[in-house]
Design a protein around this ligand. Structure first.
Ligand code: GCU
Length: 352
């Protein structure tokens, strides 16, 4: 039934061969397509990392952790940018697995820090607007001004925020405080789009979690209801993407990819997509169908992507058996405790 729906929508195949080096060649083609046509390219010049821990708070969260206030500083031959971040590691856990969290507020993991620590994980928090503001500022501020731009395929804000997450990961890995084989990236909504893109581009993330990410995130764009490319191209969000994205307004069928190409780049690592049943703007059905379609990428590695019955999920259902995890929370657009508890359970189950 799900395959029929994908065919009805005209969803293209990812086309990942099962042998190297052809598979890696196709992966590179897909990265190029996604950057050129939708998200924009990050600059590729050499970077010098001058990041530092500015302050250490032992006994944060009532003694449950240690929090490091960090300043990420990146220099290139052409520019310089810096932004703050935090890393909190749980007390008494040797090399904890990490959640790198994109947040909407400067608070650690949007207030969820204690929950994360109690579950034995470390949290690196990145408040997205401290990297580059979420407004059409002509890319004049923060990392937006890090390099010259063109109106076609220069990075949009999602690619900038994603790049910043990778710079934070560079630093966290350098501290040696966390398990470098178990780093998850997580975000909600526009930050769910960002987490998905960050995890697709940076293979050091062993788990990619994208909550209610909708259009430009995990939702298939062909046949999508709610938000469409024409909405993304409007004033409040067009700068999240590169200029070429506008070519596809009302022309979804001409896209040389769909959301499962982005999701499929996570293969064979773990991917977790979550939706909310009343989040019509994001469109949970198209988010779920993306998981089904991305399975093709996992199969090329001989592993199972989504392990779920051949039907749409019911509110409250979770599918945790495959390398693509999914749940449909009952309710509206939000990332809350119920979602986090599913992420914790999925990580425990797969030891990732
Ligand atoms: C708007 C936007 C979405 C985005 C969401 C959010 O609804 O249209 O694309 O995901 O904001 O980030 O909260």
């Amino acid at each position: 039934m799900l395959q029929e729906e994908l065919e009805k929508r005209g969803i293209p195949k990812i086309g990942l061969p099962s042998e190297e080096p052809r598979r890696e060649k196709r992966r590179e083609e897909i990265r190029q397509i996604l950057c050129r046509e939708f998200y924009g390219f990050a600059p590729e010049f050499p970077l010098t990392d001058e990041s530092e821990i500015l302050r250490t708070e032992k006994n944060s969260f009532g003694g449950k952790g240690t929090t490091f206030e960090i300043e990420i500083r990146v220099r290139s031959p052409f520019g310089y940018t810096s932004f703050p971040a935090t890393l909190t590691v749980p007390a008494g856990v040797e090399k904890p697995p990490l959640f790198l969290c994109y947040t909407f507020t400067p608070a650690i993991a949007d207030g969820l820090g204690e929950e994360i620590l109690d579950n034995g994980f470390a949290a690196a928090s990145l408040y997205y607007e401290s990297v580059a503001p979420d407004k059409d500022d002509q890319f004049a501020n923060g990392a937006g001004g890090f390099c010259r731009r063109n109106p076609y395929d220069s990075w949009g804000k999602i690619a900038i925020w994603a790049w910043a997450g990778s710079r934070l990961l560079d630093f966290v890995l350098k501290t040696g405080l966390c398990d470098e084989t178990r780093a998850a990236v997580v975000g909600h909504s526009r930050l769910g789009k960002t987490a998905l893109f960050a995890g697709a581009m940076d293979e050091r993330f062993s788990l990619v979690i994208s909550n209610d990410s909708g259009a430009g995130g995990a939702a298939l764009l062909r046949g999508k209801t709610g938000e469409k490319i024409e909405n993304l191209a409007m004033q409040g969000s067009c700068f999240w993407f590169c200029g070429n994205m506008r070519k596809y307004v009302k022309k979804e069928d001409e896209l040389p990819f769909d959301a499962h190409f982005l999701a499929g780049l996570t293969a064979p690592r773990h991917l977790y997509i979550s939706s909310a049943s009343e989040d019509a703007w994001a469109d949970p059905v198209s988010e779920f169908l993306c998981c089904a379609a991305a399975g093709e990428a996992y199969e090329s590695y001989g592993v199972t992507g989504l392990a779920a019955p051949d039907r749409y999920p019911l509110p409250g259902e979770a599918f945790h058996d495959g390398r693509i995890g999914y749940h449909l929370r009952k309710g509206t657009h939000y990332m809350g405790r119920e979602d986090w508890n599913q992420f914790f359970a999925y990580r425990r189950k797969h030891k990732i």
